[in-house]
Design a protein around this ligand. Structure first.
Ligand SMILES: [Zn+2]
Length: 95
């Protein structure tokens, strides 16, 4: 099972707590201090970071992903509402 990730993020496995976390991922960019910060703000040192996705997923990171998706849907819905013809919907609702 694989999860979708946020744009510019990737799911990686942390050997610290044996869970997948969502990390910012810039191609070829490594943190200078070798410490990676997950979306849930948990830190992991390079040696404990497995660049694969397996096992269980971090709940807080999943939540971040869900919030992002919800925000995108809301944005989409707002656009939809603002272009909707109100006069027509009023007609539709008339008895
Ligand atoms: Zn996490």
């Amino acid at each position: 099972m694989t999860m979708p990730a946020l744009p510019g993020h990737i799911w990686w496995h942390s050997a610290v707590d044996a869970q997948n976390h969502l990390y910012v991922h810039d191609e070829g960019e490594e943190p200078e201090d070798g410490i990676y910060e997950a979306a849930c703000e948990k830190l992991v040192i390079r040696d404990k970071l497995v660049r694969e996705e397996y096992g269980s997923y971090c709940h807080d990171c999943l939540l971040k992903l869900g919030q992002h998706q919800a925000a995108r849907l809301e944005e989409h819905f707002d656009n939809y509402v603002s272009t909707y013809d109100d006069s027509k919907s009023a007609q539709d609702k008339a008895p």
